[in-house]
Design a protein around this ligand. Sequence first.
Ligand SMILES: Nc1ncnc2c1ncn2[C@@H]1O[C@H](COP(=O)(O)OP(=O)(O)O)[C@@H](O)[C@H]1O
Ligand SMILES: [Mg+2]
Length: 507
Amino acid sequence: MFKSIAVATRDRGRMAEVSAVIARFGLESLAVRLGLGESDSREGVEARDLPTRTRRALEALGPTYVKLGQILATRRDLLPDPWIAAFEQLQSDAPRLPFEQLRAEVEAALGETPETAFAAFDTEPLAAASIAQVHRARLQDGTEVVVKIRRPGIRARMEADLRLMRHLAALAEARSGAVRRMRPTAMIEQLGREILDELDFANEGRNADLLRADLASLEHVIVPRIHWEWTGEQVLVMDYVEGIPPRDPAALKAAGIDPSRIALLGAELVLEMVLVNGRFHADPHPGNLLCIPPKQPGDDGLALLDLGSVGFVSPRRQHEFLTFILALRSGDPRGVADMLVAWSEGGDIPRETLLRASERLVSRHGTGKLVLNAMVADFFPLLRQEGLVLPPDLVLIFKAMVTMDGVLAGIAPDFDLSDALGRMRGKLVASRLSRLTEPDKLEAALLEFSRVAEEAPRFLRAAAARMEAPVSQARDESAARAIKLAGWLVGGAVVFHALAALLIHWT
Ligand SMILES: Nc1ncnc2c1ncn2[C@@H]1O[C@H](COP(=O)(O)OP(=O)(O)O)[C@@H](O)[C@H]1O
Ligand SMILES: [Mg+2]
């Protein structure tokens, strides 16, 4: 069916496999819609369960395709709900390989056998995922560690997949207007970057060191120590963490862990990474987190694993994100609409439309519990309907926050992210003020704060208007919160300007 698609000789075999999987799962009409196929004879049969069959086809094609599907699962701004639901189900489980199949790889990386390198090495895997298999071991000094081993041949296979995907994406982009709007070549570039990062375990080790330093002030958050003498591109050795993933509150309680403490800690962690440090774990799903039972009451810990993929947030985005949440939570649709304009690419939407949409968001999510998942589930389709596309870095930020919010809500149903945000505010102001000591960041920070100063009175007005209206207790509380929030923003801005003026005078 891909007769008209010319591919490089070395990629023909894989292309034939892709073709066969498309036929096996009856996806010809989808290929036609993407501008990549010719025949469309089975359209009637194919409409049924198309998203599910596509998901199974991606699984059959292996980890590169699964990852592409996982990226698509975060794009509610591009795809309708049934597709998102199907892609969220993607499984990246991989078969456990007998250790003997990994041995040559491990010995080449360590420069000796695992039996001589380590005091003990367990050839039974602790876990197996698509890129790596994880084994337990003990160092000569007695430290319990895990050895994360890259699957043999995986780099060459994934690079070949990416090459073919790039080619197909460029074709689809040229042939189909609907596909062009999704900017598939940019998406494949993003996929390629993430995969290259994740394939290099030395990169994961460096990320672990950076995040551990970033998070030093959160004493209950742990990033396992890396043992660099054994770590390289193909093998990563780090401290073993005894803990359980945050999947089920009953299991946590049985292990002596308090789910609501973990929820608070997780919220603090994600907000600190995104809004303060600007460097964050891009995929904090339960398999990449471990909850650690307390040695003393209140000492429950949370460990971050799997740091191959790390995202960055610019100070401007941090500010925009806060402004958006603040506008949303203080009942200010105009502020929400401003942010939509700033964030949207490729649309020229009438302000009236944006304002109406923002009013809808504010009425649904402006008060009560802040559930990012539900907010994003409303927010992204709205962008899609209006033909707006979010910049990719923002998509990644939302994805990380929504993933963590979902995990935390799963273990502590009463969890409310807005409480955590409120508690963070002192730290947020301090982190912005600290930029004063870094002259190259002063200008950007000044601009940022002058915007905050301009906007804060509007939040105050909006909050005050709601205080005056006859409202329920809950609304009173949220209005009071909004006033407090606006208060510290104004306060922060005033202090900041005073300090900045002093500094400028002196230098
Ligand atoms: N330091 C560790 N301590 C304990 N278990 C770990 C550790 N690192 C990884 N694991 C276990 O191995 C699994 C796979 O590791 P991970 O780094 O997430 O690999 P992948 O990139 O293949 O998802 C984790 O979900 C966790 O169960
Ligand atoms: Mg993982």
